[in-house]
Design a binder for this molecule. Structure first.
Ligand SMILES: CC(C)(COP(=O)(O)OP(=O)(O)OC[C@H]1O[C@@H](n2cnc3c(N)ncnc32)[C@H](O)[C@@H]1OP(=O)(O)O)[C@@H](O)C(=O)NCCC(=O)NCCS
Length: 269
């Protein structure tokens, strides 16, 4: 189908519609706030929340979002996203290309599990009426989830941190402070902890909450959608990817591959 040709000034103006920003010569206003009043008064974390949701974020709620963003910043060159960025910059691309290469590796299995964890928590929350036993709702939610998505429950387990992902207990501590202060309900923390408990029972060993499971608790408590949760993870990890890309560019190696050159792949032809 051919696109309609703009026929008047208003057709052109109406081509893009946004409630995020108003801009005209000598004026920039984001979500109704003049940019010069935001500069120097809001933190970057508050700005992220304001531009995405149109709302302001303060006190413990701001602290929680900031903690989630800090916690996911890096997991080293073993993480495919970081390795990809480091390889990319060694090939002579610019820093923005290296950043994009890293961010493009963040998918359902690496870096994106928080989106699925949040979906799982919300499914469980939606199914619960006031009286339903949390354990039953979680068991039911997990059964439904694994039936559709396979046996791995998003947000739990870790390839390296088998006993405990060091980031999770600290994040849950901050969640507790926000609950005590009355800034969040704690509903999603309870759901996540019950998932952890039921999973451990089902598997006969602990499968601890990981970074994606715990940041999903924070994002859910703050009212984020699953898609925004993934976007926020990408923002956070971009910072680590930038640091790694820059460091790699300073190391002078050229055309760095995924393994030292003396190792070759297994030929199966
Ligand atoms: C991260 C992950 C890939 C690590 O997997 P792994 O190193 O193979 O896990 P382990 O060796 O510790 O454990 C394997 C066993 O634990 C179980 N297990 C591990 N994580 C599990 C999970 N999230 N849900 C259900 N079972 C899990 C496996 O089923 C397997 O059990 P089995 O031997 O009976 O088949 C895995 O835990 C996972 O896919 N988690 C969900 C996705 C996720 O949250 N990713 C973000 C990680 S930060």
């Amino acid at each position: 189908m051919r696109a309609k040709r703009p026929s008047s000034k208003s057709d052109v103006r109406d081509w893009w519609e946004t409630s995020i920003i108003d801009m005209e010569p000598n004026k920039i206003s984001i979500r109704g706030h003049e940019i010069e009043k935001l500069i120097g008064t809001v933190s970057f974390t508050q700005m992220i929340w304001l531009i995405i949701t149109g709302e302001s974020l303060n006190g413990f709620r701001e602290r929680l979002l900031e903690a989630a963003l800090v916690s996911a910043v890096d997991h080293g060159p073993q993480a495919p996203s970081v390795a990809a960025a480091r390889m990319a910059i060694s090939c002579g691309v610019s820093i923005n290309n290296a950043l994009a290469s890293g961010v493009n590796m963040l998918g359902d299995i690496h870096g994106g599990a928080g989106q699925q964890a949040l979906e799982l928590y919300r499914n469980i929350a939606d199914q619960m009426d006031g009286d339903e036993d949390l354990n039953c709702a979680v068991t039911d939610g997990l059964n439904k989830w694994t039936l559709v998505n396979g046996r791995f429950v998003p947000g739990f387990g870790h390839r390296f941190h088998k006993k405990q992902d060091p980031r999770s207990p600290r994040l849950m501590e901050l969640v507790d402070q926000a609950i005590i202060n009355g800034d969040i309900s704690g509903r999603f923390k309870k759901i996540a902890q019950t998932v952890e408990m039921v999973l451990a029972k089902q598997k006969g060993k602990p499968i601890p909450m990981n970074i994606d499971g715990s940041t999903a608790v924070i994002f859910a408590e703050l009212g984020c959608t699953p898609t925004i949760a993934r976007g926020l993870f990408c923002l956070s990890r971009s910072v680590g990817i930038l640091a790694h890309s820059h460091e790699q560019s300073q190391q002078g190696e050229r055309n760095k591959g995924p393994t030292p050159p003396k190792y070759l792949w297994k030929y199966s032809g």
